[in-house]
Design a protein around this ligand. Sequence first.
Ligand code: ZN
Length: 165
Amino acid sequence: MKEILLYKSNDSIVANRIVNILDVNNIAYRQHDETMDKRPGAYGPIPGISIYVFEKDYDRALELIDPVIKDNTKGPQPFCPKCGSKEVEVIPRPKSTKVVILLAVLLFLIPGLYFVYSRNLDIRSGTLDIIAIVLLLSSIALMVISKYQNVNHQCKKCGKKFNHI
Ligand SMILES: [Zn+2]
């Protein structure tokens, strides 16, 4: 019986998922790992794991593995940066983040303008210098806070909130 190449992937996780689906549905297949082959270039420039099925099963197999292939092209799934869990949920970004960022910019601009123009305007004094430096430091603190607030995912396992585009 004629065999047809069903899928070729250089990702062994995807290949495993496809093989599992074929197993569950009693579709005979042959798996060939070209990366284990000692003949370089024998399978074209990019060797991968090839999965072959019989011609009669091809259409059904293709339909069954369709979700895996679509899932695979979606890009990397977000995972928790703390514990590595993939069980993460999307949470809304806090509205306060924009306010904090705006405040940080203002607190940075005011002392910045003061240091640039105070000499010309002859308003420079020790007290104002200290206030300006305090404002600058609070601006930096707010920027750090906004970085932690700017999150849209939360780990279901450890509760860590993080940002993922
Ligand atoms: Zn976690």
